[in-house]
Design a protein around this ligand. Sequence first.
Ligand code: RB5
Length: 179
Amino acid sequence: MSGGSEVNRNETNRSEVIWIGNDHGGYELKNEFARYLGEHGYAVHDAGCSGTEIVRYPTYAVQVAREVSSGRIRRAILICSTGIGMSIVANRFAGVRASLCTSTYLARMTREHNDSNILCLGGRVTGVLEALDILETWLHTSYQGGRHDISLNLIRELDKETQAAGQADVPGLRGGRPQ
Ligand code: RB5
């Protein structure tokens, strides 16, 4: 893993259930992640899809992001071919801070500074070994708080504003009804 600040392995809750959603482009990497997480004592909730036949990434991003937005789960993983589509969809949900990471540096920074709660990856962009390093870094790095709370509070204000404006009518979505 790339250097920098300490990775806090005490952060891990070994009884935590980690949700993973993927499309066809993320299927193979999802399987690698599920194996890694299982071997490291996590329970995995596989939100699909379960093969390489073409599916639509928003279907899976919505299921997973809604769980994080509701607070029912603390953090989750979304994988498509590039990671871009998953992050676009997930970040429409209030309270979701989905981060597309292509390096351990980004994984560390997005935990420390953004308190990222959904890790997005590109199954056709990032190799398996690099992706596992990114996952490990993201799982074990703590949010730093302090000055970063100022930015996160600005995002929370934005969520409130768009929800108040009622720009959508889908539970959990930015602009949707509060759940
Ligand atoms: C599917 O081919 C691809 O568009 C999808 O996996 C994702 O990369 C979209 O952003």
